[in-house]
Ligand binder design. Structure first.
Ligand SMILES: O=C(O)C1=C[C@@H](OP(=O)(O)O)[C@@H](O)[C@H](O)C1
Ligand SMILES: C=C(OP(=O)(O)O)C(=O)O
Length: 458
């Protein structure tokens, strides 16, 4: 049975996840008093998109409860549906959208074009799946995302015996001429620019005829927790990934088990909300915080105290309390580069200098995040400079002005965070948050409104 008829969801709880870049300026709400709020967050992008891929490759239907519904997850659903996967929106609906039942195709089929949008997880996780399909699959992305590194994936697929036409660019768009099978084998890649190359290959590897022996050889390997998340997601479906040494992963050919599971809230999207408590000397609590997780956002519980906050976990409720003072930090963020924009914004509000290092690779995220953060912090009167692999941010009196998003959801939310304390910040294209959190403007408005009493720290 084929399921090519998946159509874009009508359900949009707070906004349209497909909205284009807007030229509107969003007046960032200023916290008049310390924030005192409980915030509920939608599902993890990283977990949702891994489980969508694994469900499409599994040996039976899987039910995903509380998955993310956003641009990145919509692009993944559409990509997999385009390859013949069944995606059913269930009548059960949580606060952020319906559950999804995924039914694998009896045979993945090509003759389709996939739009990765801006989603790194779609452009790096889907090509190996497309290689398992029968027929040509063209993969493309937004103009702004076509420059994101893809060389490692192009070279890897060719080394695994896949016929891929890229007109010598090593970048999107390219066409994979799938034969319904991938030989697999032993390959070496350089995943210095993104851990997603490793994750993408591991997710499909059990379906390769000879499995996969993957070596990484390069100057660094960023975002290790995201690779651990991939290995944990495979393990929960009965697939063992052996790691005989650091930088080598071995997957034998085997079935991927079907699985019903609940997606955790997105702990990386928790960053600006929890940082808001620190910025305003207030309190923010996020519920449904997982007791155990591979999400790198869990490290916020370690990072935010370094800025002077108090963090407590009571059951599944994580609470951050600002103490009234924000101190600068020296932080190696190589494991959690996606937290850098929020933490850099907090550092710009601190009264001592900060260095965030180990994040050279975030120059290749939705935008060059190091350049963007320096430009926007300094545009508001801050003192930020780019380091070889990070940022140095010194204390400065900030003023209002336009904060550009560069079509980057985490740039938008970083601007909102600074705007809590600096009157007159206007975020250009707050709609960029639809990439992973279409509800951001509404959730942020409600959080700021929940600030009834108290006096802001000086
Ligand atoms: O596998 C994933 O889900 C991700 C891995 C990381 O990518 P990089 O290794 O490219 O930083 C992270 O920054 C991204 O937001 C999500
Ligand atoms: C880097 C990010 O996204 P992507 O999955 O597109 O790489 C991010 O969300 O911070």
């Amino acid at each position: 049975m084929q399921f090519r008829t998946y159509s874009a969801p009508e359900f949009e709880p707070y906004g349209d996840s497909r909205q284009p870049e807007t030229n509107e300026l969003w007046a960032a709400p200023v916290a008049q008093t310390p924030i005192d709020a409980d915030v509920a967050l939608p599902g993890s992008k990283s977990q949702t998109n891994r489980e969508l891929v694994l469900s499409a490759l599994a040996d039976g239907p899987s039910l995903l409860t509380a998955p993310l519904h956003s641009q990145d997850s919509d692009r993944m659903v559409e990509a997999l549906a385009g390859l013949g996967t069944g995606v059913e929106r269930m009548p059960e609906e949580g606060p952020f959208g319906p559950d999804l039942r995924i039914t694998p195709a009896s045979e993945l089929t090509g003759s389709t074009t996939i739009d990765a949008g801006q989603a790194g997880t779609v452009m790096r996780f889907v090509p190996p799946v497309a290689a398992l399909a029968l027929g040509p699959v063209t993969i493309d992305a937004d103009d702004s995302a076509r420059g994101r590194p893809m060389h490692a994936m192009v070279d890897a697929l060719r080394a695994l015996g896949v016929d891929l036409a890229d007109e010598g660019r090593g970048a999107l768009p390219f066409t994979i001429h799938g034969t319904g099978r991938v030989a697999g084998g032993e390959i070496t890649i350089d995943a210095s620019s993104s851990s997603q190359f490793v994750s993408g290959l591991l997710l499909s590897a059990p379906r390769f005829e000879n499995g996969l022996v993957l070596h990484h050889a390069g100057e660094r390997l960023p975002s290790l927790p995201h690779i651990e998340m991939t290995i944990a997601a495979l393990a929960a479906r009965g697939v063992t990934v052996e790691t005989p040494e650091l930088g080598t992963w071995v997957v034998a050919p085997q079935a991927i088990g079907a699985r019903d599971l609940a997606i955790e809230p997105d702990l990386s999207n928790a960053a600006p909300f929890l940082a808001a408590a620190v910025a305003t000397g207030g309190r923010v609590t996020i519920g449904n915080w997982p007791a155990e997780t591979t999400q790198v956002g869990a490290d916020l519980a370690t990072y935010l105290p370094l800025f002077g906050a108090e963090v407590t976990l009571d059951g599944d409720r994580l609470t951050v309390r600002g103490t009234g003072r924000i101190t600068g930090v020296d932080l190696d963020l190589s494991t959690g580069g996606e937290l850098a924009p929020a933490l850099a914004a907090l550092a710009a509000l601190a009264d001592t200098p900060s260095e965030l290092t180990g994040i050279g690779h975030i120059r290749h995220h939705e935008t060059d995040r190091l350049a963007a953060l320096v430009a926007e912090i300094n545009g508001l009167g801050g003192h930020a400079i780019e380091l070889a692999d990070g940022l140095r941010i010194e204390p400065a009196e900030l003023h209002g002005g336009v904060w550009k998003s560069y079509k980057d959801h985490r740039m938008s939310t970083a601007g909102a965070l600074i705007g809590l304390r600096v009157p007159g910040v206007e975020v250009h294209d707050i709609g960029a948050t639809a990439k992973t959190l279409p509800q951001f403007p509404e959730l942020w408005r409600r959080m700021v409104a929940a600030a009834p009493h108290g006096v802001l720290p000086a």
